[in-house]
Design a protein around this ligand. Structure first.
Ligand SMILES: *Cc1c(COP(=O)(O)O)cnc(C)c1O
Ligand SMILES: [Zn+2]
Length: 426
Protein backbone atom coordinates (compact mmCIF):
# COMPACT_ATOMS: atom_id res chain seq x y z
CA UNK A 1 0.00 0.00 0.00
CA UNK A 2 1.52 3.33 -1.01
CA UNK A 3 2.15 5.88 1.70
CA UNK A 4 -0.15 8.53 0.32
CA UNK A 5 -3.10 6.15 0.32
CA UNK A 6 -2.45 4.65 3.73
CA UNK A 7 -5.52 5.08 5.90
CA UNK A 8 -3.60 4.66 9.11
CA UNK A 9 -3.39 8.12 10.56
CA UNK A 10 -4.06 9.44 14.03
CA UNK A 11 -7.30 11.16 14.99
CA UNK A 12 -7.15 14.75 13.78
CA UNK A 13 -8.36 17.89 15.43
CA UNK A 14 -10.60 19.00 12.58
CA UNK A 15 -13.88 17.16 13.08
CA UNK A 16 -16.28 16.49 15.92
CA UNK A 17 -17.86 13.30 14.68
CA UNK A 18 -14.71 11.43 13.81
CA UNK A 19 -15.17 12.24 10.11
CA UNK A 20 -12.84 14.40 8.08
CA UNK A 21 -11.40 14.88 4.59
CA UNK A 22 -7.79 14.09 3.75
CA UNK A 23 -5.91 15.13 0.61
CA UNK A 24 -4.51 11.95 -0.98
CA UNK A 25 -1.52 13.88 -2.38
CA UNK A 26 -0.25 16.06 0.51
CA UNK A 27 -2.12 14.63 3.51
CA UNK A 28 -3.71 17.95 4.52
CA UNK A 29 -6.93 17.49 6.52
CA UNK A 30 -10.16 19.46 6.39
CA UNK A 31 -13.35 19.54 8.41
CA UNK A 32 -15.98 17.89 6.22
CA UNK A 33 -18.99 20.22 6.32
CA UNK A 34 -17.80 23.70 7.30
CA UNK A 35 -17.08 24.79 3.74
CA UNK A 36 -17.66 23.50 0.24
CA UNK A 37 -14.55 22.04 -1.30
CA UNK A 38 -14.01 19.28 -3.83
CA UNK A 39 -10.21 19.20 -3.93
CA UNK A 40 -7.35 20.17 -1.63
CA UNK A 41 -7.01 23.91 -0.85
CA UNK A 42 -3.24 23.56 -0.86
CA UNK A 43 -2.34 21.33 -3.80
CA UNK A 44 -5.64 20.65 -5.64
CA UNK A 45 -5.26 16.91 -4.95
CA UNK A 46 -8.27 14.60 -4.65
CA UNK A 47 -9.93 14.41 -1.24
CA UNK A 48 -10.94 11.27 0.58
CA UNK A 49 -13.39 10.85 3.49
CA UNK A 50 -11.72 9.41 6.60
CA UNK A 51 -13.15 8.05 9.85
CA UNK A 52 -11.72 7.74 13.34
CA UNK A 53 -13.58 4.43 13.82
CA UNK A 54 -14.15 1.87 11.16
CA UNK A 55 -16.86 -0.76 11.53
CA UNK A 56 -16.50 -4.48 11.05
CA UNK A 57 -19.09 -7.04 9.89
CA UNK A 58 -20.88 -7.34 13.23
CA UNK A 59 -21.57 -3.61 13.29
CA UNK A 60 -23.71 -3.86 10.16
CA UNK A 61 -25.92 -6.72 11.34
CA UNK A 62 -29.51 -6.11 10.41
CA UNK A 63 -29.54 -2.33 10.70
CA UNK A 64 -32.63 -0.97 8.98
CA UNK A 65 -34.93 2.02 9.03
CA UNK A 66 -38.46 2.38 7.65
CA UNK A 67 -37.09 4.67 4.92
CA UNK A 68 -34.16 2.54 3.82
CA UNK A 69 -35.63 -0.93 4.22
CA UNK A 70 -33.59 -3.87 5.43
CA UNK A 71 -31.00 -4.06 2.67
CA UNK A 72 -29.20 -1.30 0.90
CA UNK A 73 -26.79 1.55 1.29
CA UNK A 74 -27.93 2.79 4.70
CA UNK A 75 -27.60 -0.62 6.27
CA UNK A 76 -23.91 0.33 6.22
CA UNK A 77 -24.36 3.72 7.88
CA UNK A 78 -21.59 2.87 10.37
CA UNK A 79 -19.21 3.15 7.42
CA UNK A 80 -20.81 6.39 6.15
CA UNK A 81 -20.73 10.03 7.31
CA UNK A 82 -24.46 10.07 8.17
CA UNK A 83 -27.02 7.75 9.74
CA UNK A 84 -29.50 8.16 6.90
CA UNK A 85 -30.09 10.16 3.75
CA UNK A 86 -32.53 11.02 0.98
CA UNK A 87 -33.42 7.46 0.02
CA UNK A 88 -35.55 5.86 -2.70
CA UNK A 89 -34.18 3.31 -1.43
CA UNK A 90 -30.98 2.18 -3.19
CA UNK A 91 -28.56 -0.75 -2.98
CA UNK A 92 -29.40 -4.28 -1.94
CA UNK A 93 -29.02 -5.37 -5.56
CA UNK A 94 -28.90 -9.04 -6.62
CA UNK A 95 -25.72 -11.08 -6.90
CA UNK A 96 -26.90 -13.39 -9.67
CA UNK A 97 -25.75 -16.92 -10.32
CA UNK A 98 -24.98 -17.31 -14.04
CA UNK A 99 -24.23 -21.05 -14.45
CA UNK A 100 -23.94 -21.06 -18.24
CA UNK A 101 -21.55 -18.12 -18.28
CA UNK A 102 -19.63 -19.68 -15.42
CA UNK A 103 -19.14 -22.82 -17.58
CA UNK A 104 -18.34 -20.82 -20.67
CA UNK A 105 -15.74 -18.57 -19.05
CA UNK A 106 -14.27 -21.55 -17.19
CA UNK A 107 -13.75 -19.98 -13.79
CA UNK A 108 -14.51 -21.71 -10.48
CA UNK A 109 -17.34 -19.32 -9.59
CA UNK A 110 -18.92 -16.49 -11.54
CA UNK A 111 -21.52 -14.18 -10.00
CA UNK A 112 -22.99 -11.00 -11.46
CA UNK A 113 -23.71 -8.03 -9.20
CA UNK A 114 -26.47 -6.24 -11.09
CA UNK A 115 -26.44 -2.57 -10.19
CA UNK A 116 -29.04 -1.92 -12.87
CA UNK A 117 -31.57 -2.92 -10.19
CA UNK A 118 -31.16 0.36 -8.33
CA UNK A 119 -34.11 2.83 -8.28
CA UNK A 120 -33.02 4.83 -11.32
CA UNK A 121 -31.32 1.82 -12.91
CA UNK A 122 -27.64 2.36 -12.13
CA UNK A 123 -25.19 2.31 -9.22
CA UNK A 124 -25.07 6.13 -9.34
CA UNK A 125 -28.01 6.08 -6.90
CA UNK A 126 -25.72 4.77 -4.15
CA UNK A 127 -23.46 7.76 -4.47
CA UNK A 128 -26.30 10.21 -4.87
CA UNK A 129 -28.15 9.25 -1.68
CA UNK A 130 -25.03 10.20 0.31
CA UNK A 131 -24.07 13.15 -1.89
CA UNK A 132 -27.48 14.80 -1.64
CA UNK A 133 -27.44 14.27 2.15
CA UNK A 134 -24.15 16.17 2.26
CA UNK A 135 -25.61 18.90 0.04
CA UNK A 136 -28.33 19.32 2.68
CA UNK A 137 -25.72 19.44 5.44
CA UNK A 138 -23.68 22.16 3.77
CA UNK A 139 -26.85 24.04 2.85
CA UNK A 140 -26.87 24.45 -0.92
CA UNK A 141 -29.92 24.79 -3.14
CA UNK A 142 -28.68 24.02 -6.66
CA UNK A 143 -27.09 20.67 -7.51
CA UNK A 144 -25.23 19.97 -10.74
CA UNK A 145 -23.29 17.33 -12.60
CA UNK A 146 -21.72 16.57 -15.93
CA UNK A 147 -22.86 13.18 -17.10
CA UNK A 148 -22.71 10.47 -19.73
CA UNK A 149 -26.31 9.94 -18.62
CA UNK A 150 -26.71 7.86 -15.49
CA UNK A 151 -25.36 10.41 -13.05
CA UNK A 152 -27.85 12.93 -14.44
CA UNK A 153 -30.75 10.48 -14.02
CA UNK A 154 -29.75 9.79 -10.42
CA UNK A 155 -29.11 13.43 -9.59
CA UNK A 156 -32.46 14.47 -11.06
CA UNK A 157 -34.35 11.84 -9.05
CA UNK A 158 -32.57 12.41 -5.73
CA UNK A 159 -32.60 16.18 -6.17
CA UNK A 160 -36.34 16.04 -6.84
CA UNK A 161 -36.85 13.88 -3.77
CA UNK A 162 -34.94 16.41 -1.67
CA UNK A 163 -36.78 19.36 -3.22
CA UNK A 164 -33.59 20.87 -4.66
CA UNK A 165 -32.97 22.44 -8.05
CA UNK A 166 -30.86 20.29 -10.42
CA UNK A 167 -28.77 21.19 -13.44
CA UNK A 168 -27.17 18.59 -15.70
CA UNK A 169 -24.64 19.06 -18.50
CA UNK A 170 -24.73 16.35 -21.16
CA UNK A 171 -22.58 15.85 -24.27
CA UNK A 172 -25.02 16.60 -27.12
CA UNK A 173 -26.10 13.50 -29.04
CA UNK A 174 -24.00 11.12 -26.93
CA UNK A 175 -26.37 10.15 -24.15
CA UNK A 176 -28.65 7.11 -24.33
CA UNK A 177 -32.33 7.93 -24.66
CA UNK A 178 -33.57 6.34 -21.44
CA UNK A 179 -31.21 8.43 -19.34
CA UNK A 180 -32.17 11.80 -20.87
CA UNK A 181 -35.84 10.82 -20.44
CA UNK A 182 -35.27 10.22 -16.73
CA UNK A 183 -33.42 13.48 -16.13
CA UNK A 184 -36.13 15.29 -18.04
CA UNK A 185 -39.13 13.80 -16.24
CA UNK A 186 -37.55 14.17 -12.80
CA UNK A 187 -37.31 17.86 -13.55
CA UNK A 188 -33.61 18.55 -14.09
CA UNK A 189 -32.65 21.48 -16.23
CA UNK A 190 -30.74 19.79 -19.06
CA UNK A 191 -27.96 21.63 -20.87
CA UNK A 192 -26.76 19.85 -24.01
CA UNK A 193 -23.14 20.83 -24.48
CA UNK A 194 -21.53 20.91 -27.89
CA UNK A 195 -18.55 18.86 -26.67
CA UNK A 196 -17.70 15.53 -25.05
CA UNK A 197 -18.19 14.47 -21.43
CA UNK A 198 -14.77 15.70 -20.35
CA UNK A 199 -15.61 19.21 -21.58
CA UNK A 200 -18.93 19.08 -19.71
CA UNK A 201 -17.02 18.21 -16.54
CA UNK A 202 -14.53 21.06 -17.10
CA UNK A 203 -17.46 23.49 -17.32
CA UNK A 204 -19.41 22.20 -14.35
CA UNK A 205 -16.22 22.29 -12.26
CA UNK A 206 -15.83 25.95 -13.24
CA UNK A 207 -19.45 26.63 -12.24
CA UNK A 208 -18.83 24.91 -8.89
CA UNK A 209 -15.60 26.85 -8.32
CA UNK A 210 -17.55 30.06 -8.87
CA UNK A 211 -20.09 28.99 -6.25
CA UNK A 212 -22.95 28.67 -8.75
CA UNK A 213 -23.70 24.99 -8.12
CA UNK A 214 -22.92 22.12 -5.75
CA UNK A 215 -20.96 19.54 -7.75
CA UNK A 216 -22.15 15.95 -7.55
CA UNK A 217 -19.78 14.23 -9.93
CA UNK A 218 -17.58 11.49 -8.48
CA UNK A 219 -14.88 14.10 -7.91
CA UNK A 220 -17.06 14.80 -4.88
CA UNK A 221 -15.58 12.38 -2.33
CA UNK A 222 -18.93 11.73 -0.63
CA UNK A 223 -20.33 10.09 -3.76
CA UNK A 224 -17.68 7.40 -3.43
CA UNK A 225 -18.70 6.71 0.18
CA UNK A 226 -22.12 5.58 -1.04
CA UNK A 227 -20.61 3.60 -3.88
CA UNK A 228 -18.26 1.68 -1.60
CA UNK A 229 -21.34 -0.17 -0.29
CA UNK A 230 -21.24 -2.15 -3.55
CA UNK A 231 -18.06 -3.70 -2.19
CA UNK A 232 -19.56 -4.30 1.24
CA UNK A 233 -22.58 -6.03 -0.28
CA UNK A 234 -20.47 -8.19 -2.60
CA UNK A 235 -18.13 -9.28 0.17
CA UNK A 236 -20.89 -10.03 2.67
CA UNK A 237 -23.16 -11.85 0.21
CA UNK A 238 -20.42 -13.79 -1.55
CA UNK A 239 -19.05 -15.08 1.73
CA UNK A 240 -22.53 -16.04 2.95
CA UNK A 241 -23.25 -17.97 -0.28
CA UNK A 242 -19.85 -19.37 -1.20
CA UNK A 243 -18.04 -19.52 2.15
CA UNK A 244 -15.20 -17.33 0.93
CA UNK A 245 -14.55 -13.88 -0.50
CA UNK A 246 -14.21 -13.42 -4.28
CA UNK A 247 -10.69 -13.51 -5.73
CA UNK A 248 -11.48 -10.90 -8.32
CA UNK A 249 -14.01 -8.18 -9.11
CA UNK A 250 -14.28 -7.12 -12.75
CA UNK A 251 -15.91 -3.78 -13.49
CA UNK A 252 -16.36 -1.26 -16.29
CA UNK A 253 -14.32 1.92 -15.87
CA UNK A 254 -15.30 5.44 -16.91
CA UNK A 255 -14.27 8.12 -14.42
CA UNK A 256 -12.90 5.30 -12.22
CA UNK A 257 -15.06 6.35 -9.28
CA UNK A 258 -16.27 2.83 -8.61
CA UNK A 259 -12.78 1.41 -8.85
CA UNK A 260 -11.64 3.98 -6.29
CA UNK A 261 -14.68 3.30 -4.08
CA UNK A 262 -14.14 -0.48 -4.08
CA UNK A 263 -10.47 -0.04 -3.25
CA UNK A 264 -11.40 2.24 -0.34
CA UNK A 265 -13.93 -0.35 0.82
CA UNK A 266 -11.23 -3.04 0.93
CA UNK A 267 -8.70 -0.80 2.71
CA UNK A 268 -11.27 0.09 5.35
CA UNK A 269 -12.21 -3.57 5.86
CA UNK A 270 -8.52 -4.38 6.20
CA UNK A 271 -7.94 -1.62 8.71
CA UNK A 272 -10.99 -2.67 10.75
CA UNK A 273 -9.61 -6.21 10.81
CA UNK A 274 -12.67 -7.52 8.97
CA UNK A 275 -10.61 -9.15 6.19
CA UNK A 276 -6.99 -10.28 5.79
CA UNK A 277 -4.53 -8.94 3.24
CA UNK A 278 -4.86 -12.10 1.12
CA UNK A 279 -8.65 -11.73 1.07
CA UNK A 280 -8.66 -8.47 -0.88
CA UNK A 281 -10.16 -9.11 -4.33
CA UNK A 282 -8.10 -8.18 -7.38
CA UNK A 283 -9.65 -5.08 -8.91
CA UNK A 284 -9.89 -5.57 -12.65
CA UNK A 285 -10.97 -2.61 -14.77
CA UNK A 286 -12.42 -2.84 -18.27
CA UNK A 287 -12.62 -0.03 -20.79
CA UNK A 288 -13.76 0.20 -24.40
CA UNK A 289 -10.89 0.20 -26.93
CA UNK A 290 -11.87 3.65 -28.17
CA UNK A 291 -11.77 5.12 -24.68
CA UNK A 292 -9.05 3.43 -22.65
CA UNK A 293 -6.71 5.88 -20.87
CA UNK A 294 -6.70 3.79 -17.67
CA UNK A 295 -5.70 0.65 -19.56
CA UNK A 296 -2.93 2.63 -21.23
CA UNK A 297 -1.64 3.83 -17.83
CA UNK A 298 -1.71 0.32 -16.34
CA UNK A 299 0.05 -1.17 -19.38
CA UNK A 300 2.72 1.55 -19.43
CA UNK A 301 3.14 1.59 -15.66
CA UNK A 302 2.71 5.37 -15.46
CA UNK A 303 1.58 7.21 -12.31
CA UNK A 304 -0.87 9.46 -14.10
CA UNK A 305 -3.05 9.08 -17.16
CA UNK A 306 -2.82 10.79 -20.54
CA UNK A 307 -6.08 12.59 -21.36
CA UNK A 308 -7.60 11.15 -24.55
CA UNK A 309 -9.19 14.03 -26.47
CA UNK A 310 -11.12 11.88 -28.94
CA UNK A 311 -13.00 9.00 -27.42
CA UNK A 312 -15.62 6.81 -29.07
CA UNK A 313 -17.58 3.72 -28.09
CA UNK A 314 -21.10 2.34 -28.23
CA UNK A 315 -20.82 1.99 -24.44
CA UNK A 316 -21.62 5.67 -23.93
CA UNK A 317 -21.56 5.45 -20.10
CA UNK A 318 -17.80 4.86 -20.25
CA UNK A 319 -17.00 7.21 -23.11
CA UNK A 320 -14.57 9.22 -20.96
CA UNK A 321 -11.06 10.31 -21.90
CA UNK A 322 -9.93 11.90 -18.65
CA UNK A 323 -10.94 9.75 -15.67
CA UNK A 324 -10.87 12.15 -12.72
CA UNK A 325 -10.47 9.43 -10.11
CA UNK A 326 -7.41 7.87 -11.75
CA UNK A 327 -5.09 8.95 -8.88
CA UNK A 328 -7.25 6.89 -6.50
CA UNK A 329 -8.04 4.04 -8.87
CA UNK A 330 -4.64 3.26 -10.42
CA UNK A 331 -3.13 2.31 -7.02
CA UNK A 332 -6.26 0.27 -6.34
CA UNK A 333 -5.78 -1.83 -9.46
CA UNK A 334 -2.04 -2.22 -8.88
CA UNK A 335 -2.00 -2.86 -5.14
CA UNK A 336 -4.76 -5.46 -5.22
CA UNK A 337 -2.87 -7.36 -7.92
CA UNK A 338 -5.54 -6.66 -10.51
CA UNK A 339 -5.22 -5.42 -14.06
CA UNK A 340 -7.01 -3.42 -16.76
CA UNK A 341 -8.06 -4.51 -20.22
CA UNK A 342 -9.67 -2.90 -23.26
CA UNK A 343 -12.41 -4.61 -25.27
CA UNK A 344 -13.98 -3.91 -28.66
CA UNK A 345 -17.53 -2.66 -29.10
CA UNK A 346 -18.36 -5.97 -30.82
CA UNK A 347 -17.16 -7.89 -27.76
CA UNK A 348 -19.27 -5.62 -25.56
CA UNK A 349 -22.40 -6.30 -27.62
CA UNK A 350 -21.69 -10.05 -27.58
CA UNK A 351 -21.38 -9.94 -23.81
CA UNK A 352 -24.58 -7.93 -23.55
CA UNK A 353 -26.38 -10.70 -25.48
CA UNK A 354 -24.79 -13.41 -23.33
CA UNK A 355 -25.91 -11.74 -20.10
CA UNK A 356 -29.39 -11.24 -21.56
CA UNK A 357 -29.45 -14.98 -22.35
CA UNK A 358 -29.07 -15.57 -18.60
CA UNK A 359 -31.99 -13.20 -17.96
CA UNK A 360 -29.75 -10.33 -16.88
CA UNK A 361 -30.57 -7.21 -18.91
CA UNK A 362 -27.79 -4.64 -18.94
CA UNK A 363 -26.75 -1.59 -20.92
CA UNK A 364 -23.62 -1.81 -23.13
CA UNK A 365 -21.11 -0.30 -20.65
CA UNK A 366 -22.15 -2.85 -18.05
CA UNK A 367 -21.43 -5.75 -20.39
CA UNK A 368 -17.83 -4.57 -20.66
CA UNK A 369 -17.13 -6.42 -17.40
CA UNK A 370 -18.04 -9.81 -18.88
CA UNK A 371 -16.33 -8.95 -22.17
CA UNK A 372 -13.18 -8.13 -20.18
CA UNK A 373 -13.34 -11.37 -18.19
CA UNK A 374 -13.74 -13.38 -21.41
CA UNK A 375 -10.70 -11.70 -22.92
CA UNK A 376 -8.55 -12.15 -19.81
CA UNK A 377 -9.51 -15.84 -19.63
CA UNK A 378 -8.69 -16.31 -23.32
CA UNK A 379 -5.29 -14.72 -22.73
CA UNK A 380 -4.70 -16.84 -19.61
CA UNK A 381 -4.53 -13.78 -17.36
CA UNK A 382 -7.38 -15.04 -15.16
CA UNK A 383 -6.95 -18.55 -13.74
CA UNK A 384 -9.58 -21.31 -13.93
CA UNK A 385 -9.63 -21.69 -10.13
CA UNK A 386 -10.71 -18.10 -9.50
CA UNK A 387 -13.95 -16.98 -7.87
CA UNK A 388 -15.03 -13.94 -9.87
CA UNK A 389 -17.71 -11.26 -9.59
CA UNK A 390 -18.59 -9.18 -12.63
CA UNK A 391 -20.23 -5.86 -11.91
CA UNK A 392 -23.00 -4.79 -14.26
CA UNK A 393 -23.52 -1.11 -13.70
CA UNK A 394 -26.74 -0.14 -15.51
CA UNK A 395 -30.08 -1.53 -16.68
CA UNK A 396 -30.91 -2.67 -20.24
CA UNK A 397 -33.71 -0.08 -20.57
CA UNK A 398 -31.24 2.77 -20.13
CA UNK A 399 -30.24 2.35 -23.76
CA UNK A 400 -33.20 0.89 -25.69
CA UNK A 401 -31.56 1.66 -29.04
CA UNK A 402 -28.52 -0.47 -28.21
CA UNK A 403 -30.82 -3.28 -27.02
CA UNK A 404 -32.81 -3.24 -30.29
CA UNK A 405 -29.61 -3.33 -32.30
CA UNK A 406 -28.15 -6.20 -30.29
CA UNK A 407 -31.37 -8.22 -30.17
CA UNK A 408 -33.51 -9.96 -32.80
CA UNK A 409 -36.02 -8.12 -34.99
CA UNK A 410 -39.79 -8.39 -34.51
CA UNK A 411 -41.47 -10.49 -37.23
CA UNK A 412 -44.66 -9.04 -38.77
CA UNK A 413 -47.50 -11.59 -39.07
CA UNK A 414 -51.17 -11.38 -40.07
CA UNK A 415 -53.80 -11.25 -37.29
CA UNK A 416 -54.78 -14.89 -37.83
CA UNK A 417 -53.86 -18.04 -35.89
CA UNK A 418 -53.31 -20.28 -38.93
CA UNK A 419 -51.14 -17.64 -40.54
CA UNK A 420 -49.14 -17.35 -37.30
CA UNK A 421 -48.69 -21.16 -37.26
CA UNK A 422 -47.60 -21.10 -40.92
CA UNK A 423 -45.11 -18.39 -40.10
CA UNK A 424 -43.71 -20.36 -37.15
CA UNK A 425 -43.34 -23.45 -39.37
CA UNK A 426 -41.30 -21.58 -41.98
C1 LIG B 1 -21.01 5.79 -14.48
C2 LIG B 1 -21.04 4.47 -15.16
C3 LIG B 1 -19.88 3.69 -15.36
C4 LIG B 1 -18.53 4.20 -15.01
O1 LIG B 1 -18.29 4.21 -13.64
P1 LIG B 1 -17.06 5.04 -13.05
O2 LIG B 1 -17.25 4.96 -11.60
O3 LIG B 1 -17.17 6.43 -13.59
O4 LIG B 1 -15.82 4.37 -13.54
C5 LIG B 1 -20.01 2.46 -15.93
N1 LIG B 1 -21.20 1.97 -16.32
C6 LIG B 1 -22.34 2.67 -16.15
C7 LIG B 1 -23.63 2.08 -16.62
C8 LIG B 1 -22.30 3.93 -15.57
O5 LIG B 1 -23.42 4.62 -15.43
ZN1 LIG C 1 -3.15 18.53 -0.92
Amino acid sequence: MSAHLDLDESVPGVADDGVWLTCIECGERFAPFDAIRYTCDDCDGLLEVRYADLPTWDDFGGASTPESGPYGVWRYSDALPFESGVSLPEGGTPLHHVPRLEDETGVATLRVKHEGMNPTGSFKDRGMTVGVRVAQAVGVDRLACASTGNTSAALAAYGARAGLETLVLLPAGKVAEGKVAQASLHGARILEVDGNFDRCLDIVQDLAARGEVYLLNSLNPFRLEGQKTIGLEIMERFRADEGTYPDRIVLPVGNAGNTAALYKCFRELRRAGAIDADEVPKLTGVQAEGSAPMVEAIENGTDGIRRWEDVETRATAIRIGNPVNAPKALPGIRETGGTAVAVSDEAITDAQRALAAEGVGVEPASAASLAGLRKLRAEGRVDPDEDVVCLTTGHLLKDPQAAYEAGSDPEPVPADTDAVLDHLAE
